[in-house]
Design a protein around this ligand. Structure first.
Ligand code: SME
Length: 164
């Protein structure tokens, strides 16, 4: 029985649980936001197949209606995104996670990489409740993201960025 359990493929939530613990350990004692975002982008990107882009768009402190690209892994990302555009802009404006099963069905989707098919964008807040960024993950396969991803990624960014 124990043997069978060992051979079971972990669920997505179990994989996220391990990953979130690992990220917490790697970042222990590291307060710098860039180091935190770069580490998260790397470990999230490496952990799952079929991801073509994993990273952060930051609220630009000098142009507050724009997001500017932050630490990421994958193909070349667009440098700036208006709050009024794209999945990232919509998630930042609404302050809500957005899951897009097929980007061709999302009006205004920005195709930084034409291979992108599905996407999840999660808002990131600081301890005072100020929106500081969005976490954007893109796949070249349809419907790669669901509530499991949403719950795990929201937990991750809350643990790392929203705790004082
Ligand atoms: N697809 C995003 C733009 C960012 S890139 O995909 C890295 C959007 O529509 O906001």
């Amino acid at each position: 029985m124990a043997q069978r359990q060992e051979n079971q493929v972990p669920s997505k939530t179990q994989r996220y649980d391990r990953l979130i613990s690992e990220i917490g350990l790697v970042l222990e004692g590291e307060p710098h936001r860039v180091a935190r975002m770069a580490t998260i982008a790397c470990l999230l990107h490496e952990a799952f197949a079929d991801r073509i882009w994993t990273g952060f768009y930051l609220v630009d402190e000098t142009k507050k209606d724009q997001l500017v690209v932050g630490p990421y892994q994958g193909s070349l990302g667009c440098l700036r995104i208006d709050f009024s555009r794209g999945v990232c802009g919509a998630a930042a404006t609404r302050g809500q996670t957005i899951i897009v099963e097929n980007v061709h069905d999302f009006p205004g989707h920005i195709a930084c990489d034409s291979r992108s098919v599905s996407e999840i964008v999660v808002p990131v807040w600081d301890p005072s409740g100020r929106l500081i960024a969005v976490l954007d993950i893109d796949s070249d396969k349809p419907a790669q993201f669901d509530r499991e991803d949403q719950q795990a990624l929201e937990r991750l960014v809350k643990n790392i960025f929203a705790k004082a």
